[in-house]
Design a protein around this ligand. Structure first.
Ligand SMILES: NC(=O)c1ccc[n+]([C@@H]2O[C@H](COP(=O)([O-])OP(=O)(O)OC[C@H]3O[C@@H](n4cnc5c(N)ncnc54)[C@H](OP(=O)(O)O)[C@@H]3O)[C@@H](O)[C@H]2O)c1
Length: 307
């Protein structure tokens, strides 16, 4: 450990964001307590605890015992349609569990970072900033928003990060970029939406910037996403080009043509001006984020094999 090392507690530590975050924190010399549910974390030097965070007493005990300096609450049910089919389950995890984490975190004086989402509006506005009133249209968004409100109310130092990320996933949890690259590699057709927009950021960048934000003691709402808005179709094409594929198997599709259980916002793009002002630089472009997937020096990529 170095002089600036802190004790971080991460929920959702076996997930797409949580696992490489734990890896990066360990590499940076921090002490880490990793909370997961069904999947292992398995990182050397990390204290790993299997815990269902919807059980309040257990959450309280673990946080009270470990007394972390920083908590990143990244656990979530990211399957939007599953949340729609099981709104009570989504509520237990996104609302009740967030209350347990936030309350005990505040009691021990930990800085809380809540991982929120770009899914909080109806998708009729592009590039929403932190001041645009939310307008959730499905159970995932409603419950994530309630969790965010609880997290921010728990302490003046709490930070809520609204984002959308991609990068190398876990064997049981593939990211959008994993799925696209896999389909391209197999020569299989992909239907990608030309009418769904977002501002994605690579995990590599997001994790570095999240750690910077904690170092800067940033609080409140923060859009921490990519600096560039594009459609899911254009994202797949950009990824194909970077990976050396022609993109011929990528087909244009419309969100309206898919029978999702939950309504989807068409435009989820986030304005990242506040983050750029705090961090002192613009947020990464799509090309900069995609480049991390093919960069041999990427800590995240090297630490997290796709399969
Ligand atoms: N993926 C995105 O682009 C995106 C976009 C916007 C916001 N977010 C938010 O970012 C956060 C992280 O997303 P992600 O994609 O990294 O998630 P993920 O890969 O789906 O992982 C979810 C994590 O939550 C844990 N978990 C689920 N239920 C739990 C329970 N009852 N008790 C304890 N842990 C539980 C899982 O544990 P096990 O694996 O061990 O079961 C896993 O570690 C989520 O809160 C999500 O809402 C994600």
């Amino acid at each position: 450990m170095n002089d600036n090392s802190q004790h971080w507690l991460i929920t959702g530590a076996s997930g797409l964001l949580g696992h490489p975050l734990v890896t990066a924190l360990r590499a940076g010399g921090h002490a880490v307590t990793a909370i997961r549910s069904t999947h292992p974390v398995g990182i050397s030097g990390v204290r790993e605890i299997a815990l269902d965070i919807t059980h309040g007493a257990a959450v309280t005990r673990v946080i009270a015992d470990s007394r972390p300096d920083v908590i990143v609450h990244a656990a979530g049910l990211t399957n939007v349609d599953e949340c729609e089919r099981d709104p009570d389950g989504a509520r237990k995890l996104h609302v009740d569990a967030t209350r347990y984490v936030a309350d005990e975190g505040a009691r021990v004086g930990a800085k809380l970072v809540y991982i929120s989402t770009d899914h909080l509006w109806d998708g009729t506005q592009a590039m929403v900033d932190e001041g645009v009133p939310t307008y959730p249209i499905n159970a995932y968004a409603h419950t994530k928003l309630e969790g965010e409100t609880i997290a921010l109310a728990s302490s003046g130092t709490a930070l809520s990060i609204r984002t959308n990320f991609f990068g190398p996933g876990r064997p049981w949890r593939k990211s959008l970029s994993d799925w696209i690259l896999e389909r391209l590699g197999e020569g299989a057709a992909l239907n990608m939406f030309t009418d769904a927009y977002f501002t994605p950021i690579a995990l590599d960048h997001l994790i570095r910037l999240l750690i910077d934000c904690v170092r800067l003691d940033c609080a409140g709402l923060l859009n921490l996403a990519g600096g560039e808005r594009l459609s899911k179709y254009d994202f797949a094409m950009a990824l194909a080009t970077a990976a050396g594929f022609s993109g011929a198997s990528i087909r244009r599709a419309s969100v309206a043509s898919f029978g999702f259980a939950a309504p989807r916002p068409r435009d989820m793009s986030l304005d990242t001006s506040r983050a750029a002002a705090i961090l002192g630089h613009p947020l990464p472009s799509v090309a900069e984020s995609i480049a991390t997937l093919f960069d041999d020096t990427s800590k995240v990529r090297n630490a997290v094999p796709i399969r």
